[in-house]
Design a protein. Structure first.
Length: 397
């Protein structure tokens, strides 16, 4: 639902009643992932999509029905051998959708409205909804804003125990911290041994961050590609003549500073991507020494295989361990035979996407691997003390 938060926030502000169908589970190959939603208002206006067209008509009618009777239903759609183009997924997968009404006077409306307002404003938040369990809980919701205390009552009206509410909030916060969307199981009494209740958690977080070090032509192409894929991009270079907004119009931020010094105090998280395109030892070595000890999602460095070997030896001399070096993607990118800056940017972004979802980077033709992957959790890595990182220096730095 939160993927169409801007439109639905406008609907709630206008006082419009609507029903929303949200994909809560996907099996096999399907065009949309959990969290994708289709909403329909009283006038029949629709926004969003749950399948890219395969089952939209059937889900549309379920939304109209929910608007009329206020019931919450969970429906499964899969491949139909008899009529694949009627009510089935021609791609061969299955999806399960939760259809709920969001009408004036419904208990869930203020909860959903709060989540939509937060998501539309770009604030991190999670919306948790019961998708399987006791009938009286099905579809009920709790809104979990980031870094703010919230009540534990489902919909603000439930008579469930505080322990159940606290368990839902704890699970939702954990999902929000990783920017993940999916289903978790909570005991009805709040304990792991209680009657299982399936809760679908949608997270909305700011765009992931990419920091590109080195204001070169390859960086310009990479910035454009990363912005297209939804990254918030920072370009950092110590040379003011190259690090300019005119050269990087798609960048969200231009920083003129020594790369290692900037990274020492930069805000990063498990989704942050660091791309080192300087391929100059006086920049690369202190920068990578810092980068490989940060809990970020990806660290890549440009250069030839010879450059990589020399850089690796220099990093070992600086005390970087084999385990830390294993996190380094160098030479950066996938083997696409790329030559131009634009082709190289495609190679780099392809590797970043594969890393995020655990893809192999192999051809899909003839492969037996899944087409779609769920995001993988980044490994825990030690974090270098910021004071120690600030002490790093390079010749002339």
């Amino acid at each position: 639902m939160l993927d169409i938060a801007a439109e639905l926030h406008r609907w709630t502000a206008q006082g419009r009643d609507f029903a929303v169908a949200t994909v809560v589970r996907v099996t096999g190959s399907a065009p949309r992932r959990p969290g994708a939603a289709l909403a329909v208002d009283r006038d029949g206006e629709a926004v969003g999509s749950v399948s890219g067209g395969c089952v939209e008509g059937a889900v549309y009618e379920l939304c109209r029905q929910a608007l009329d009777d206020g019931t919450t239903v969970r429906e499964r759609f899969g491949y139909s051998d008899e009529d694949a183009f009627a009510v089935g997924l021609t791609c061969g997968g299955t999806i399960e959708v939760l259809v709920t009404a969001v009408r004036a006077g419904d208990a869930a409306r203020p909860v959903v409205a709060a989540a939509l307002a937060s998501a539309a404003a770009g604030r991190p938040a999670a919306l948790a909804r019961v998708v399987e369990g006791p009938a009286e809980l099905l579809g009920q919701a709790v809104f979990v804003p980031a870094n703010e205390p919230v009540g534990c009552e489902i919909d603000g009206t439930s008579h469930q125990s505080d322990a159940f509410g606290r368990a839902v909030v704890a699970e939702a916060r954990a999902m929000l911290a990783g920017g993940r969307t999916g289903t978790v199981t909570v005991g009805a009494d709040g304990s792991p041994s209680g009657r299982p209740v399936a809760v679908f958690v949608e997270s909305v977080v700011p765009p992931p961050r990419m920091i590109v070090f080195g204001a070169v032509d390859f960086a310009s192409a990479l910035t454009r590609a990363a912005a297209f894929l939804g990254y918030r991009v920072t370009v950092c270079d110590a040379r003011p003549v190259f690090a300019t907004a005119a050269r990087f119009p798609e960048a969200d931020e231009i920083v003129v500073d020594w790369p290692h010094r900037y990274l020492a105090t930069a805000e990063v998280d498990a989704r942050t991507v660091l791309c080192v395109l300087t391929h100059d030892p006086k920049f690369d070595v202190p920068l990578l020494k810092t980068a490989l000890r940060l809990p970020v999602g990806y660290v890549g460095a440009m250069g030839s295989r010879r450059t990589h070997r020399e850089r690796e030896a220099a990093l070992r001399e600086e005390g970087i361990t084999t385990q830390e070096l294993d996190r380094l993607h160098s030479p950066i990118g996938l083997d696409l035979g790329a030559r131009t800056p634009e082709e190289t940017a495609l190679s780099i972004m392809a590797e970043i996407v594969a890393e995020r979802y655990g893809g192999s980077g192999a051809r899909l033709t003839g492969a037996r691997t899944p087409i779609h992957h769920e995001p993988i959790r980044p490994s825990d890595v030690p974090v270098l003390d910021f004071a120690a990182m600030n002490a790093l220096s390079v010749p002339g730095g």
